[in-house]
Design a protein around this ligand. Structure first.
Ligand code: DUT
Ligand code: MG
Length: 149
């Protein structure tokens, strides 16, 4: 398994390091490193620290912070930025923009799992400026263009 460097910024995380819950898991759960319960009112967004910093250190990878499906579906707790993108050269604390998009207040408890981190491959590209593209089956069709008679 590939490893990446991590700094434990909150000592409580020493015993709670993110781990894949099952052999096939894609995400590593991130915890709310807060000192006291935090009540998030409907519509509010709070920037929640995770107690961890990672340095991926290789531009061929990035990490994404995604919602946990249970938190999002049952409690309306999703991300204020919808998806968090962690650059390979970022060395600061992983922060979770935590948005209560639901109708009821939600209380986040210290060290509760609130989001998940997925490490993904990335292809950095340069631009080759052209006047015309080689033709393709789709062309410029999009936004529901397929399957029409
Ligand atoms: O949910 C997130 C999203 C981003 N970040 C950190 C890591 C990322 O590498 C950095 C910058 O994120 P992004 O590029 O998405 O934000 P920006 O608004 O473009 O800021 P910048 O000008 O610093 O790039 O912030 C987080 O900790 N959590
Ligand atoms: Mg940016």
């Amino acid at each position: 398994m590939k490893t990446i460097d991590v700094k434990i910024l909150d000592p409580r995380m020493k015993e709670q390091m993110p781990a894949y819950a099952t052999q096939g898991s894609a995400g590593l759960d991130l915890r709310a490193c807060i000192d006291a319960p935090l009540t998030i009112q409907p519509g509010e967004t709070h920037l929640v620290p995770t107690g961890l910093a990672i340095h991926i250190g290789d531009p061929a990878y990035a990490a994404m912070i995604l919602p946990r499906s249970g938190m999002g579906h049952k409690h309306g707790i999703v991300l204020g930025n919808l998806v968090g993108l962690i650059d390979s050269d970022y060395q600061g604390q992983l922060m979770v923009s935590t948005w209560n998009r639901g109708q009821a207040a939600f209380t986040l408890n210290p060290l509760e799992r609130l989001a998940q981190l997925v490490v993904v491959p990335v292809l950095q590209v340069g631009f080759n400026i052209v006047d015309e593209f080689d033709s393709s089956e789709r062309g410029a069709g999009g936004f529901g263009s397929t399957g029409k008679h």
